[in-house]
Design a protein around this ligand. Structure first.
Ligand SMILES: C[S@@+](CC[C@H](N)C(=O)[O-])C[C@H]1O[C@@H](n2cnc3c(N)ncnc32)[C@H](O)[C@@H]1O
Length: 506
């Protein structure tokens, strides 16, 4: 099964992006729900704080009236019964409270390595083609060619608002009322806890995209059909919830032509970095399955993989950070920039732009090393005017747009390039160290225990992320220093040899 079976899109709605200037956000106050016909209505008032440079959104209260607390088994048995009544075959697992991931699927019987599990039939899978409780609403979205992600987000809210009259009501009741995800961090929390990590930028970009997507839908569609999409139901608050659910539960099914889907039951499985098994549609059994890559004994939690993701990506979409050193796919984004003082700044930027890159780029570093693209970018940054003829080749190699991926070699500027990467690494390391040192005394300045709990929880996630990212940078720093030492001692040796040679002839 394809590695990237779990998906997230940074750009949610590219075609609507011209409308992304956020209108109103900041400071939601949600009121208790009211009934409106056969639908639940969520009242939200939205206020705006605009400073000169940006629009801030602060969700002050979360009052989503459906779903349940993520750490409770409230609706789990009803979900299980409904699933088996609706065609889910008998299972070797059950939903239970677990140590990793709050709720999860736990083995009831011995499970062999290589065994297929789940068999969720297509009738129990939510896709962009699922039937709407309000078919007119679905028709409108299809006529407007709304892409799968925003369509599914709207579908989920629509079905949730129909409560018991939706066929998915038992599923929705067991979904978390507030999914763990960086979507639920305020801008102040992102700035405070994730200042050192590039994940902060990704989170801000994602939140902006979700707000933009909602605003596009509101302007283009919801405001034109207020009876089908009343604002009391389809608002920023409910969209944040539905996108939070999609980011943390949507899967891409390679054998269903890569369709994205919510798969009830399968989405109760938690992630482990130590397994390599993914969900997919199995044509022979006609259900969504996964094949175990280890055995499980009764009482053990069963895991799948959400894909080869870094700790930062796991925090961004799923709201957790694996234990330090347990994620072989972990990586940290290292920011690199052209130097403004460079005599060839313009030419270098032109070359980069030609290959879709800019004056500042981030490259992933893993514990095992860094990509060829990063080295090519560093070569370009440090190359002198005499190497102008190679700028394009370097930019192409940095962008990975070369027809064949080749390791570009410029031994004459190796030392400068490695030193440049080392400087960038060390500047990142000091940011992480500053945060980690300060985190000890952070967050004790609140009198409300609820707020204190949230702060301590977010801070712990940030500390775990920053510790794992800094660990990778420390390793890169060690390798870079060693390579530089080798280059320099090699050069010294060559110099000494040369001096001896010259002295011989004196
Ligand atoms: C697809 S759901 C899995 C079921 C989920 N535990 C539940 O109770 O609904 C993904 C969510 O599970 C939790 N999760 C999954 N794997 C985890 C892990 N290894 N550690 C901590 N939380 C995890 C996170 O909250 C994540 O957003």
């Amino acid at each position: 099964m394809a590695e990237a079976s779990r998906t997230f899109h940074t750009i949610l709605l590219p075609s609507f992006s011209h409308l992304h200037k956020a209108q109103s956000p900041a400071g939601f106050t949600a009121f208790p729900r009211k009934r409106c016909g056969h639908r639940i209505v969520v009242h939200c008032s939205v206020s705006t704080t605009n400073d000169a440079s940006r629009t801030k959104t602060t969700v002050t209260q979360n009052m989503i009236p459906w779903g349940c607390e993520i750490d409770s088994l409230e609706n789990a048995s009803t979900l299980q019964k409904w699933l088996s009544d609706s065609g889910l075959p008998p299972q070797k697992m059950a939903i239970q409270k677990v140590d990793v991931g709050e709720r999860g699927l736990v083995a009831l019987k011995n499970i062999r390595k290589g065994e297929k599990l789940l068999f969720v039939p297509p009738s129990l899978v939510i896709t962009a083609d699922s039937k709407w409780s309000c078919p007119e609403a679905g028709e409108v979205l299809k006529q407007c060619s709304v892409p799968d992600w925003p369509l599914l987000a709207t579908y989920l809210i629509s079905e949730a608002s129909f409560e018991k009259s939706s066929r998915w009501s038992n599923y929705i009741s067991a979904l978390p009322r507030q999914p763990y995800s960086l979507l639920y961090w305020t801008r102040a929390e992102l700035d405070r806890y994730l200042e050192a990590s590039q994940i902060r930028e990704r989170a801000i970009e994602r939140i902006t995209n979700v707000i933009g997507t909602y605003n596009d839908l509101r302007l283009r569609i919801f405001s034109k059909y207020p009876d089908l999409f009343p604002e009391e139901v389809f608002n920023m608050e409910t969209f944040k919830w539905s996108f939070g659910i999609l980011f943390s539960r949507l899967v891409r099914l390679p054998s269903m032509d890569g369709r994205v889907a919510l798969v009830p039951w399968a989405d109760m499985l938690n992630h482990s970095c130590e397994v390599e098994t993914f969900l997919d549609y199995d044509k022979s059994s006609q259900g969504v399955v996964f094949t175990t890559d280890r055995q499980y004994q009764p009482g053990e939690q069963v895991f799948i993989s959400y894909g080869k993701k870094s700790n930062g990506e796991l925090l961004l979409s799923y709201g957790f950070v694996p234990r330090e050193g347990t994620n072989p796919s972990d990586s940290v984004e290292l920011p690199l920039s052209l130097k403004k003082s460079d005599k060839c700044y313009k030419e270098k930027l032109e070359a980069l732009r030609k290959y879709g890159l800019s004056a500042s780029e981030c490259f992933p570093i893993q514990i095992t090393g860094w990509p060829l693209e990063l080295m090519a970018y560093a070569y370009l940054v440090v190359s002198p005017p005499s190497m102008k003829g190679k700028f394009e080749e370097m930019a192409a190699a940095a962008s990975n747009k070369m027809t064949s991926k080749k390791d570009i070699k410029c031994p004459e500027i190796d030392e400068q390039a490695l030193q440049f990467i080392l400087d960038s690494c060390e500047s990142s390391i000091s940011k992480y160290s500053r945060f980690l040192q300060a985190s000890g005394s952070m967050d004790l300045d609140t009198t409300s225990p609820k707020q204190l709990n949230r702060r301590v929880f977010l801070k712990q996630l940030a500390v775990d992320l920053c510790t794992s990212e800094r660990r990778i940078l420390f390793r890169a720093q060690y390798i870079l220093r060693r390579r530089l030492r080798d280059i320099r001692s090699g050069e010294l040796r060559a110099l000494r040899l040369f001096d001896n040679f010259v002295n011989l002839f004196k």
